[in-house]
Design a protein around this ligand. Sequence first.
Ligand SMILES: C[S@@+](CC[C@H](N)C(=O)[O-])C[C@H]1O[C@@H](n2cnc3c(N)ncnc32)[C@H](O)[C@@H]1O
Length: 282
Amino acid sequence: MPLFDQLPPFLQGLLAPALLYYQAVKSYITILLQSLLNDRQVPTDLRAKAFGRFWNQISPRPDPTTPLIGSATLVPPLLSQASGTVLDVGPGNGSILHNFESAAPNIIQIYGAEPATELHKTLRLNADATKIGRKYEVLSADAGAASIARELVRAGVIREASEAREVFDTIVCVRVLCSVPDLRSTITDLYTFLKPGGKLLVCEHTANPWRTRKGSVIARVMQSVYMLMGWSYFVGDCELTRDIEDELRREGKGRWESVDVERHFGKACLTYVSGVLVKKGK
Ligand SMILES: C[S@@+](CC[C@H](N)C(=O)[O-])C[C@H]1O[C@@H](n2cnc3c(N)ncnc32)[C@H](O)[C@@H]1O
């Protein structure tokens, strides 16, 4: 957006979610009108369809000639650390999967747990366009333990759901923990799925640390304003005001061998926490 690009960086940091919100609402209204005109009814999965359309629009196939900006710069160094058997939680349409390529020799298999089936077709296409395509299997699952266990049985990774623990060497969460219904239990489930010594790679937007010098009161207020405008409803249950770093540290207290995460973009609404948590070995 040329006009947006000319704004001073601090305004861009406050208004970036407004652009996304606009696209999400537009997608919702488009799907609603199309269904009313064509089928004369509101689809039961209206929000899911609208989110799928929105995400496909804002996450086009990567163009290697375009320089990375913002949170996109955090993803390549993170995903290059993936190894072994990998669980990719909420991969969306797979537009960031090429970032696994540098780790391809160290990766045995990646399981992408994506509940939005509207995104599966593009996810498969994007996976197949990368070096890890043949190692990438799409699971129709959310981040919940029962859902992933069921799909792992179907995929033949384990024989029965009770074996669904200590399966993965690496678990990847990029922009997904903001949307899970119960963050605390998801972190516990993912911890259980990790092998001892396994890595959780996270790159998540999080509540602005407004109480610290690195944060911004205005950005924190704007996060709440977007939430009041129905952000979660239109943007796939995403919550801007979750303190994901705090929850990761608290929930795993004494259980992680190391927690090496950093906050970025502290003056913006889309403040990120990114880094690696290693599960204690045996
Ligand atoms: C913001 S998108 C991020 C996609 C991708 N990780 C990326 O950064 O390009 C969030 C993704 O998480 C998925 N998602 C939402 N709720 C989820 C849940 N409970 N468990 C797993 N994935 C979920 C959504 O369907 C969506 O594809």
